[in-house]
Design a protein around this ligand. Sequence first.
Ligand code: NAI
Ligand code: XMP
Ligand code: K
Length: 452
Amino acid sequence: MATPLTSAIMGAVSSPRLAIALAQCGGLSFIHQNNTVEEQAAMVTAVKRHKAGFRFSDINIKPSATLGEVTILLESAERDVAVVTDDGSPHGTFIGLISTDDFHPRRHNLDDDVASRMRPAADLVTAPPTVSLSEANTLIWDNRLDVLPIVDGTGALQSIVLRRDYELHKQFRNESIDAEKRFRVGAGVNTRDYRERIPALVEAGADLLCIDSSDGFSVWQSETIAYVRERYGDRVRIGAGNVVDGRGFRYLADAGADFVKVGIGGGSICITRDQKGIGRGQASALIDVVEARDAYARETGIYVPLCCDGGLITDSHMAVAFALGADFVMLGRYFARCAESPAPIVRVGGQLFKEYWGEGSNRARNVTRYDHGGGTKLTFEEGVDGYVPYAGSLYDNVDTTIVKLKSTLISCGATTIADFHRDAVLVPVSQQSFLQNTAEIQLRDLQSDTAR
Ligand SMILES: NC(=O)C1=CN([C@@H]2O[C@H](COP(=O)(O)OP(=O)(O)OC[C@H]3O[C@@H](n4cnc5c(N)ncnc54)[C@H](O)[C@@H]3O)[C@@H](O)[C@H]2O)C=CC1
Ligand SMILES: O=c1[nH]c(=O)c2[nH+]cn([C@@H]3O[C@H](COP(=O)(O)O)[C@@H](O)[C@H]3O)c2[nH]1
Ligand SMILES: [K+]
């Protein structure tokens, strides 16, 4: 991976759309597993089948929806065009396109239906799924299109090619791709239905697996890893966790985990520490586990990479995680805020937010997690359901984060993460130093400044 960022194994975070965007930036998503085996495998397949330049149609509407509804949809997604399908789904029958150029709120009644103003399929240029990207781009430029719908023989929408992606695609020099040039994608698994889930995910083409649990120091995880080794040897790679101390690390390393994830209770949506009294400060946990990882490498010659998971809010928090010894980080809140995350955008008091909920919240549990495997239903929540400020495009956010992290490494005289582990110097900080960060200064209101 060119970019040491992964997206959290969460329903509000790791969807195919986000996975593709993050792979384009050189990172990796772990598709969440709060669903059936079939649903999760289909999401992995969607990422692996995604041809560069062809995207899922994510802004879709039914012909019977109103112009008012399409206006809200386009505004919140910051797009100009919506695709009209019979059922408003990404793979429904293709009916037409409707853009902000097709109607005006002062000229047209916003209660009229989309069908009354859309450009119908019969008048539009489309292409079959066999079209290559360069042929698609030729059609776009020859016909001056903004959108080229890819429609199969039955009339169902497969994907779309956007004119603006033509420029964007050239920027992706660090893409995470496999030998067949398909995007790389990870998948979360649990310690209950792994005998069904893992084969389905491997079949779908998942590049990396990770056991998704708050408590990795358990016999369930050791059994799950043993199953993978017996069935696949080293062909299938699987991480385990989460742990917060050296003993937990060693247990999973001995069990054969390919990486170990660190962090209990530090996540922005986590309430495990309050609810169960289980967890540990993220830095304390990392320091302990990093020491164990390095000792393990000296003893056995096996370096087990560490993922720092949860509680990383700012780019500087990520820098500290790497300085402490993390090999890569996992982010929930960070990616949930992005346009590409699966959660809806909501407007509260003129501000845009994205919904974000924990995997241990009631909202997540509603799906299947605590019902499968005949397990007992848990009766208390370990996560919250809330809002995070909308942050726009993942591409822009990741770009900025990476520029900052590189700048931090350079300040410490390091050009690789391994150098940074060795050379970064961490010092304790007093409360007084925190206060100095935002010393006594009244910040100028930039917005009213420009208005003037
Ligand atoms: N990193 C963190 O601090 C936290 C993360 N979470 C997230 O919430 C979700 C749920 O996590 P958990 O509740 O830890 O899920 P889990 O599936 O690991 O554990 C749920 C319960 O099932 C038991 N169990 C697991 N495998 C079993 C088996 N084969 N047979 C019988 N019992 C078994 C466990 O001991 C536990 O009591 C995950 O997505 C996790 O990442 C939740 C809380 C904290
Ligand atoms: O106590 C918890 N209750 C939950 O419901 C929950 N859901 C996720 N997670 C964990 O939080 C991580 C994401 O954390 P951030 O949003 O801070 O990046 C994730 O990667 C998980 O490790 C949970 N922890
Ligand atoms: K927390």
